[in-house]
Design a protein around this ligand. Structure first.
Ligand code: MF3
Ligand code: CO
Ligand code: CO
Length: 265
């Protein structure tokens, strides 16, 4: 069974969780400067999520099934060649030219809102700006493929086509996911694939799209901390993420920020 919004209460819940998560990304922007540590960014977001939004930061103590260590922080901070799931730490101080993803997931009244965006500390390189822009376009191309009657594969196809047309590569090991009362639910939303393949989209399905696009080769490895995924070639990686719901003629993006003027119908 895939994640579905199937009542007015679900819809209200997902809207509230999504806008809460989005507000954290708006709040943290001004703090992303050379000299700040990813630990400090985590602490600022944690306090905001708990004390201002009265939400739960979903990553904190997440996972940890089997032999895996639970995620120890409230947000993910993935700098430069870190693909995703970077763990905030006092030893990672941002310097000018760093590019990072901040990934926020909050739980509000039992519903999850999951979203991430890219930030620059100081001056970014031409390559970093291009990778970040193309990756955001990949997210939007994926979103534009969403409507009732389309297929999950249409999303992956649109993303892969745009990434590879720009000579970047798509990470295969992580994907978008159904989301609602459960953080990571079915379906898996691949960021590569074939048109017309996979699950047929129906009104009310809710999931994330969160392409990870590499400047170099697509291959990744996970560090011994069991979370931090990095590119094998140590070239830069970027990611953007939204939580959305399928509608008859497009989708409703629950995590849209004020600064975004994209709209999927
Ligand atoms: N927010 C991530 C996602 O987009 C998941 C983070 S899980 C964590 O699915 F444990 F690493 F925080
Ligand atoms: Co996600
Ligand atoms: Co996320």
């Amino acid at each position: 069974m895939v994640a579905m919004v199937d009542s007015a209460a679900d819809l209200d819940g997902m809207r509230a969780a999504g806008s809460a998560a989005a507000s954290v990304l708006d709040m943290i922007g001004p703090y992303v400067q050379p000299g700040v540590t990813t630990e400090e960014l985590d602490q600022i977001c944690h306090s905001y999520i708990v004390d201002e939004l009265h939400c739960i930061p979903a990553p904190l103590n997440y996972g940890g099934g089997g032999n895996q260590m639970p995620f120890p922080k409230s947000i993910c901070t993935s700098v430069n060649h870190v693909v995703c799931h970077g763990i905030p730490t006092p030893s990672k101080k941002l310097k000018s030219g760093d590019v990072l993803n901040i990934d926020i997931t909050v739980i509000k009244d039992g519903y999850h809102g999951d979203t991430s965006k890219m930030f620059f500390a100081g001056e970014a390189s031409v390559l970093a700006k291009r990778l970040v822009k193309i990756t955001q376009e990949c997210l939007y191309r994926g979103i534009e493929a969403v409507r009732a009657g389309a297929y999950l594969g249409d999303i992956g196809y649109a993303i892969q086509k745009h990434a590879e047309a720009n000579r970047f590569s798509v990470v295969r090991e992580f994907c978008g996911h159904g989301i609602g009362r459960i953080f990571h639910d079915a379906p898996q939303v691949l960021h590569y694939g074939r048109k017309g393949s996979g699950v047929r989209l129906e009104e009310g399905m809710s999931f994330t799209i969160e392409p990870m696009i590499n400047a170099g080769k697509r291959h990744i490895k996970v560090l011994p901390d069991q979370w931090t995924a990095v590119t094998k070639d140590h070239k830069m990686s970027a990611q953007w993420e939204h939580t959305l719901m399928v509608t008859a003629d497009g989708c409703e993006i629950f995590t849209l920020r004020e600064e975004e003027r994209v709209c999927s119908n």
